[in-house]
Design a protein around this ligand. Sequence first.
Ligand code: NAG
Ligand code: NAG
Ligand code: NAG
Ligand code: NAG
Ligand code: NAG
Ligand code: NAG
Length: 512
Amino acid sequence: MFPLSNPSSSPESQIKKPKTPLDVRRKDSFRSPKAFLAAHYPSINQPRLCLFLSIFFIQILLLLALRSIPRSFHHRLHHFPAPVNAHHHLTPTLTTTTASISASTVKVETTCEFGEIFVYDLPSALNHELVNNCDELNPWSSSCAALSNDGFGPVASGISSVVPENLAAAWYWTDQFVTEVLFHNRILNHKCTTKDPNNATAFYIPFYVGLAVGKFLWLKNSSAKERDFHCEMMLKWVQDQPYFTRNDGWDHFLTMGRISWDFRRSKDEDWGSSCIHKLGMRNVTRLLIERNPWDYFDVGVPYPTGFHPRSDKDVVEWQDFVRNRKRKSLFCFAGAKRSKIKDDFRGLLWNHCRNESDSCRVVDCAGSKCSNGTSIILETFLDSVFCLQPRGDSFTRRSIFDCMIAGSIPVLFWKRTAYDQYEWFLPAEPESYSVFIDRNEVKNGTASIRKVLERYSEDEIRRMRERVIEYIPKFLYARPDEGLETIKDAFDVAIDGVLRRFKEQEQPGYRW
Ligand SMILES: *[C@@H]1O[C@H](CO)[C@@H](O)[C@H](O)[C@H]1NC(C)=O
Ligand SMILES: *[C@@H]1O[C@H](CO)[C@@H](O)[C@H](O)[C@H]1NC(C)=O
Ligand SMILES: *[C@@H]1O[C@H](CO)[C@@H](O)[C@H](O)[C@H]1NC(C)=O
Ligand SMILES: *[C@@H]1O[C@H](CO)[C@@H](O)[C@H](O)[C@H]1NC(C)=O
Ligand SMILES: *[C@@H]1O[C@H](CO)[C@@H](O)[C@H](O)[C@H]1NC(C)=O
Ligand SMILES: *[C@@H]1O[C@H](CO)[C@@H](O)[C@H](O)[C@H]1NC(C)=O
């Protein structure tokens, strides 16, 4: 059993949120660590600032030297426990049907105020041919099913017992690495595309780099050359285009369907492709499911989940469904232990959840138990008030979005799992929709996850869940090629963000 976490510290004083938008911080982090720190830690005192600054500079140097290694920057960690109220109920109050779509997620008919996008017609070896050869994309099995239905994958029939009947057809068995295909199909149908490159403020490169490199990541004998082949081919092609040099690549963007670290190899013998490190990529904006938080040009976009609504109505119905769901467990954990890793945090949470079986529901995903069409994960998230989200093999996991789409409140242990990743898609105040618990307190037994979560009142839980539900549209990739009628989904939010960013970059002196 776990003792109570440090009861003398006031929760209010632990709640701090960055005041500056992440973009500015990123930009400053390239130019002036001091400005970054001043913005981020306004209360820090002078001698500590100096010490901190020198440490920061050393970090920057290390970072530049070892850019291929995911590095963790040890912020002071805060958690956001609820103010004192001790009781909570697991049964939400039923609410009447109301559309809870925030103003920002609703499309407003405009005339593309941030400009138009030109989509390159790349050699098909860089996109369509890869999909056509779906049998050869991974060393063990065919990817053809995963890439079927325009990249959404097979319809998830196994899930129909868990979701409302008329929404079952909107659920797919979607692979997590398909954003390159999803974005390409959608962007060709976007209302702000132009056929005239002279009129474009943004250029999209529909290159399926993640699909191209996928199999080489796992083949022990693959050469650095093989892993860079498609990327080099793309760069050569794109750099020959007159519009690339016009703005040194600053107005170009692409989707990379895997995590950033798969494209940041520094030495030939290391992991991954070196695509992001190639010279021509320097100024190109990249949409990734996991970004490097220290690279301005990396933008985090949501992992694709299984729900792909056909209409606004699907979205609103789903929001109502998860809002009114009776949740039987306080929290849950779906994942696999990594027994080979010593002190694996996931194993710890797994055991913790097992030990608290009255309030925690555990789903064992060892092997491929959770990827065979089962509805058990979705059902578990639908039945739980909170879901535990440790880092996965990298900092992010698709499960965060699976959890939130089910209206469950995420409990995070690393800032880089969500807060430093999906700025355009998540509320700016972490404590408004999630719980952060210091992982070291869990490790050394000073924090009991159950007790931290039990401190949230019914009212606070309802408010947080409502926030999660309000943001659900931004985590979805809608099924129609034109998107939804009025609701903006993850794709719309990403494209708006890129266009707004490119507009901002046009300011004099912005580019570096
Ligand atoms: C490009 O812009 C020009 C002038 O703004 C306009 O006349 C032309 O129709 C535009 N071309 C396209 C394809 O939109
Ligand atoms: C690498 O190994 C695979 C299977 O083990 C084999 O088919 C392939 O020919 C090898 N490639 C090279 C370049 O040796
Ligand atoms: C990136 O942009 C900077 C500033 O505009 C420019 O000096 C540089 O040449 C660009 N790099 C590449 C590889 O295009
Ligand atoms: C779970 O319970 C077992 C047996 O009571 C105990 O040995 C173990 O330390 C507990 N683990 C966690 C993570 O709470
Ligand atoms: C998937 O695996 C689980 C656990 O092994 C099993 O209970 C379930 O029936 C399987 N589902 C399908 C659709 O094969
Ligand atoms: C447990 O870890 C927390 C966070 O690192 C630390 O503040 C606390 O002193 C530790 N407690 C014990 C008993 O080791």
